[in-house]
Write a protein that binds this ligand. Structure first.
Ligand code: FAD
Length: 288
């Protein structure tokens, strides 16, 4: 099935886009996390979101979740690893799953994790964003795992069950217990090395750590690897007032399009993006 739209991201921008697509009875896939976005609940006190004077983040998160449930919105719990333009639609890879949609609304937030120098050009040549998809390629080999959230530790344990040795680089405090072949590193990688394929990681402590592969388990995927031909502007997705990107049928909303990083902007842009998608689909239907 080819959906009318795929909304990627379950923060305020994604929710707003999904609500409007639902009201307009479009077929769409909403991909992200059932817990929505960590950034909603983490706010101690919100003073600038209309209708919620002095609310804590959990109150707003609860209200967002209830609204999504009341509207019957379904979330596909997954991380989109890559998107391919297919001419008249887009193909999305999310772990081992594959989806197709005529249009896209990207609401992935800001990529706080960043990428390592040398990482983007070696995706598929030793760099992977998906333990389930690529873990089997590293059976008995030596790999490194960069991880920015404890919620991915079960994937590190899964990789440890396949690889002979795992060098683990957590970007958070107090990592949990992991299998014996996982070595938690104090140093941090500062670059990916190798002629064509990954052969090692350059470390900030000096020297190179030889590895056969690098898994990057992060909350978001860098935009230039998620959808390579997407035009950026200073690290954000370049959009016009209709939230249209440079790619046909591809729209973006929220923090990923630029500052200010705020709920109200994200919600407003999600709304505009959804209406632009509805207009675009109407034109497609008229012309085709
Ligand atoms: C501690 C804190 C306090 C804040 N306080 C305020 C405040 O008081 N007022 C205010 O206006 N703003 C505040 N903000 C900012 C606000 O949280 C953000 O502006 C807002 O959440 C942006 O919404 P968004 O939908 O664009 O992105 P996000 O909320 O970042 O959501 C992005 C979503 O996309 C998902 N995602 C990313 N990549 C992928 C992928 N490849 N596949 C699938 N899913 C993906 C993520 O998991 C996440 O669910 C605060 C932020 C923080 C961190």
């Amino acid at each position: 099935m080819i959906y009318d739209c795929a909304v990627i991201g379950t923060g305020p921008a994604g929710l707003s886009a999904a609500l409007n697509l639902k009201i307009h009875e479009k077929s769409f896939l909403w991909i992200g996390r059932r817990a929505l976005s960590d950034k909603i609940a983490r706010a101690e006190q919100i003073r600038n979101y209309p209708g919620f004077p002095d609310a804590g983040g959990d109150a707003l998160a609860g209200a967002f979740r209830r609204h999504a449930e009341a509207m019957g919105l379904e979330i596909t719990e997954a991380m989109v690893n890559s998107i391919l333009p297919m001419g008249d639609h887009y193909a999305l890879m999310a772990g081992a799953d594959f989806y197709e949609a005529r249009t896209l609304i990207l609401t992935t937030g800001i990529n706080q994790a960043g990428t390592l120098p040398g990482e983007a050009e070696r995706v598929g040549r030793g760099v992977s964003y998906c333990a389930t998809c690529d873990g089997g390629l590293y059976r008995g080999r030596t790999i490194a795992v960069v991880c920015n959230n404890a919620r991915f530790e079960h994937e590190v344990a899964y990789l440890a069950g396949l690889a002979a040795k795992v060098y683990f680089f957590p970007y958070y405090k107090s990592p949990g217990a992991l299998p014996g072949n996982v070595e938690t590193m104090a140093a941090k990688p500062v670059g990916v090395e190798g002629d064509v394929r990954v052969s090692g990681l350059k470390l900030n402590s000096g020297g190179t750590l030889p590895v056969d592969g690098l898994f990057c388990l992060r909350d978001s995927i860098a935009l230039n690897t998620l959808l390579p031909k997407l035009a950026l502007d200073g690290g954000h997705i370049a959009v016009d007032r209709a939230m249209a990107t440079n790619l046909p049928g591809c729209y973006a909303a929220g923090d990923c399009t630029g500052r200010p990083y705020q709920y109200a902007k994200a919600v407003g842009e999600g709304n505009v993006a959804a209406h632009s998608v509805i207009e675009y689909l109407a034109k497609l239907a008229k012309n085709g």
